[in-house]
Design a protein. Structure first.
Length: 149
């Protein structure tokens, strides 16, 4: 079963009506790997269905978050903007350059495993449900061009 079909089936099983607008949101999410903002989902979904509203996108995203099919991630330490990605995608760290604003994904399964192992070894900490780590600094380009402050 495709990701889109699986999400549609879970959505219907959760009891919400699968309108054409909601289908457009699901299609956008499943066509993209990585994270998207609500606004970028809205813009892409409008290309599929011009009748969609930003409110519908947010309501659909909230329903997908509540059902565990989607997760919210942040890519800067101030968490100023939410991004969304499918729940099954690998956890990663994000590095944001303070000079140019560029965001780089850091795929480091060893660090993720080490964090999970640490929490497992210290049960008083609880249980990890999601890892979201944002790093900030200056990228190589900004350092070499003297943009770092």
């Amino acid at each position: 079963m495709s990701d889109t079909a699986d999400m549609k089936q879970k959505a219907q099983a959760s009891g919400w009506r699968l309108t054409e607008q909601r289908r457009a949101v699901l299609d956008v999410i499943n066509a993209h790997h990585g994270h998207l903002t609500a606004e970028s989902i809205y813009n892409r979904a409008r290309a599929l269905n011009p009748r969609i509203s930003l409110t519908t996108v947010y309501r659909t995203l909230n329903a997908l978050l509540e059902s565990g099919q989607l997760k919210q991630v942040h890519v800067s330490v101030d968490h100023e903007r939410a991004y969304f990605q499918k729940a099954g995608e690998a956890e990663r760290f994000h590095f944001r350059c303070r000079g140019c604003g560029r965001i780089c994904e850091i795929d480091c399964p060893e660090a993720i495993a080490a964090l999970r192992a640490y929490v497992d070894e210290h049960p008083q900490l609880g249980e990890i449900t999601q890892i979201c780590a944002c790093l900030e600094g200056y990228c190589h380009d900004c350092l070499t061009k003297g943009r770092a402050q």
